[in-house]
Design a protein around this ligand. Structure first.
Ligand SMILES: [Zn+2]
Ligand SMILES: [Zn+2]
Ligand SMILES: [Zn+2]
Ligand SMILES: [Zn+2]
Ligand SMILES: [Zn+2]
Length: 276
């Protein structure tokens, strides 16, 4: 069954005795025979935008109503953006700092980009920073979105990894929409090829766990499980039987296992088991 989000939104307003939703086209782009629309809707003096590249106005209104309704119900996945992420506003804009004008009847202040997230979310910023730094990228600016608690992270430098194309773009940058309180984010892209693309929602805590596991396996502060000497890329050796890390001196080749690398303990037990 197809939910009529427009009806739901209308009922929402009727129940609360606030003026009915008003829709307007925010962006229209593309050649005449394949126009794309983005619509926004005003509910209770707040504008909510829909998906960027809808092929009909009807579809655009539908997605807008859905986003607005989910935002109002607190299920929002960053449905409201203030900054100029859409193609049309980019082509009109002469300055990088251009923001879509906040409707004049709105009480919401215009948001300025900032250098850092609030202190309590410093670790979220560090997470994004470390992620893009791996490929020489950096956070160019952080723009609070119109919905409180949500931020757009513009990325500069060679980090242009876009999940839509599964590689780094050559020229166009990507950006992240981050919700520090929910510890989630997703990636979007400035490349026209990726117009309207949005990656799946990601959980920052999960990804941090993964990188911790990944880094503990070959981290430079690892020590030999036997003699406790600090391991470097030069003296590092892994026992192929127990998978633990040792220094070169604490491992040796086991003839019984086709010269596989063994730690002392595994070498002994291997010898016993093949012997008997
Ligand atoms: Zn892309
Ligand atoms: Zn050792
Ligand atoms: Zn071993
Ligand atoms: Zn062996
Ligand atoms: Zn054996």
């Amino acid at each position: 069954m197809n939910i009529s989000w427009k009806n739901r939104l209308q009922e929402y307003c009727q129940k609360r005795k606030i003026s009915l939703p008003t829709y307007r086209v925010k962006n229209q782009s593309g050649p005449g025979h394949m126009l794309e629309f983005q619509v926004e809707v005003k509910v209770n003096n707040q504008w909510y935008v829909g998906d960027e590249s809808c092929v009909t106005k009807k579809e655009a209104e539908h997605s807008t109503a859905k986003n607005a309704w989910e935002s109002l119900m607190g299920k929002s996945v960053y449905s409201v953006e203030t900054s100029g992420s859409s193609q049309l506003s980019k082509t009109i804009s002469t300055s990088e700092e251009h923001l879509d004008p906040v409707p004049s009847d709105s009480k919401i202040p215009e948001f300025k980009s900032m250098n850092h997230l609030p202190d309590e979310y410093a670790y979220i910023e560090q997470f994004i920073d470390a992620k893009v730094k791996e490929n020489g990228g950096r956070i160019r600016k952080i723009v609070p979105l119109r919905t409180p608690g949500q931020y757009k992270f513009e990325i500069a430098g060679p980090y242009r990894f876009c999940e839509n194309v599964q590689r780094h773009h050559r020229k166009n940058q990507i950006y992240f929409l981050v919700h520090p309180m929910e510890k989630t984010y997703f990636q979007k892209c400035h490349d026209p090829e990726c117009y309207g693309f949005r990656s799946v929602l990601k959980n920052i805590a999960d990804e941090q766990k993964e990188t911790l596991i990944g880094s503990s396996k070959n981290h430079s502060t690892d020590r030999c499980s036997h003699c406790k000497i600090l391991l470097t890329s030069k003296n590092r050796s892994e026992c192929e039987r127990c998978d633990e890390m040792f220094c070169e001196k604490c491992t040796r080749e086991c003839e019984l296992c086709c010269d596989a690398i063994h730690c002392e303990r595994c070498f002994e037990s291997c010898f016993d088991c093949h012997d008997s």
